[in-house]
Design a protein around this ligand. Structure first.
Ligand code: AHG
Ligand code: MN
Ligand code: MN
Length: 363
């Protein structure tokens, strides 16, 4: 279909709303404002070290430039772009993000709405300096009714809802093309930014994650810290045709979860940033509310699966705003296999020399 005939994001949302007459117009306005934020961030990212209208100067630390102007890190700038694009419209009761320790209430003077927005404004930001794809991740929750009714101050607890409660979730990917991938609870749809007119156009309706894969993604430099079910899974992949899986696997690691997730959305695969023993105070690397839950909802809405290895991610009741979690997602049959390995008696630990050696110290 010629690009000019494709549905824009606006048209898609209006038509979805017709299919679900209970859906609120507010909600569509919020998603369109998020899309505006993503377009602005896409421009800032594309300017790279040149900087641009948003004052971005690459991914460097905030510093004072020769003119005495403060240069901000691109993830801080992206955070501000998200806030400014969405705080004014009357849809939100508050927001929370990776870049803010505390929840952000809607400023006086703007109407308060019924939704909460949670986001990672720039995921994979260590890739900025090397010009590798990054993205933004977002999740929309309904605000607790008593917050809406009472007008009491916003609290971190308002955000501590399991991922099953998300009203919508998605991500933008700032890659060779800028894409917005979105679920409002009825499948996952991908939109590509048409730079000629600055509109997102529906290019990937009804994305389905293939249930099987021969591709996995994990940071192998952490392997000595992995728990044995993860070690077993990866060892079996590496053993390829000659191992128990009887097929060769390929490995990819972009170090921007959003880009790894998008590859998996397009052609299948499994992504793991599991709980490990590297830092016992951290139950995983990635954040539940604005990384694991939105990507988890997108995966599950596309027929994939998202898990900690032990339980579905979306069922977890969060205990803090910036909580970390072990995360495994992607092709359904592979994620289920990894869950099985976690559930089975740990024969791999007993027979694997690596773990046998370690147990000398433990016992
Ligand atoms: P962020 O840039 O928002 O802090 O997230 C980075 C995350 C995630 O995108 C990626 O998968 C992971 O960190 C990379 O971790 P390693 O540096 O261990 O590869
Ligand atoms: Mn991130
Ligand atoms: Mn980030």
């Amino acid at each position: 279909m010629p690009l000019s005939q494709r549905a824009t994001l606006t048209r898609f949302l209006i038509e979805e709303r017709r299919r679900y007459p209970d859906a609120s117009g507010d909600f569509n306005a919020l998603i369109l404002d998020i899309a505006i934020a993503c377009k602005a961030i896409a421009r800032a990212v594309a300017s790279g070290a040149l900087g641009g209208v948003l004052g971005n100067h690459g991914g460097e630390q905030a510093s004072i430039n020769v003119q005495g102007e403060t240069q901000k890190k691109l993830d801080v700038i992206s955070n501000e772009v998200f806030m400014r694009a969405t705080e004014w419209g009357g849809q939100l009761a508050g927001m929370a993000s990776e870049e803010m320790d505390d929840p952000y209430p809607i400023p006086e003077g703007y109407p308060r709405g019924n939704y909460l927005l949670v986001f990672d404004p720039l995921d994979g930001s260590s890739n900025i300096d090397v010009n590798v794809s990054v993205g933004s991740i977002f999740s929309i929750l309904r605000a607790p009714q008593d917050l809406i009714d009472s007008g009491r101050p916003l609290a971190a607890e308002d955000f501590l809802q399991p991922g099953t409660q998300q009203m919508a979730a998605g991500y933008a990917l700032y890659g060779p093309a800028t894409m917005l991938v979105l679920t409002v609870g009825s499948g996952v749809h991908g939109f590509t930014l048409d730079p000629a007119i600055g509109e997102f156009k529906l290019t990937h309706p009804n994305i389905q994650v293939p249930p099987d894969t021969q591709e996995f993604a994990i940071n192998a430099s952490n392997s000595r810290f992995w728990e044995s079910p993860v070690k077993r899974y990866v060892d079996e992949c590496l053993a390829g045709k000659t191992g128990p899986r009887a097929k060769d696997f390929n490995m990819r690691w972009i170090a921007s979860m959003v880009a790894d997730a998008h590859r998996i959305m397009m052609r299948g695969g499994v992504f793991m940033y599991p709980r490990d023993t590297k830092d016992p105070s951290k139950p995983g690397r990635l954040r539940l509310l604005y990384e694991a839950n939105p990507i988890g909802m997108v995966m599950e809405q596309a027929g994939g699966r998202a898990s900690t290895g032990r339980e579905p991610v979306l069922g977890i009741k969060p205990t803090s705003l910036h909580q970390r979690i072990g995360l495994v997602f992607g092709s359904r049959n592979e994620v289920e296999r990894i869950e099985r390995y976690h559930a089975e008696p740990d024969s791999y630990r007993d027979t694997n020399p690596l773990f046998a050696e370690r147990s000398l110290f433990r016992d």
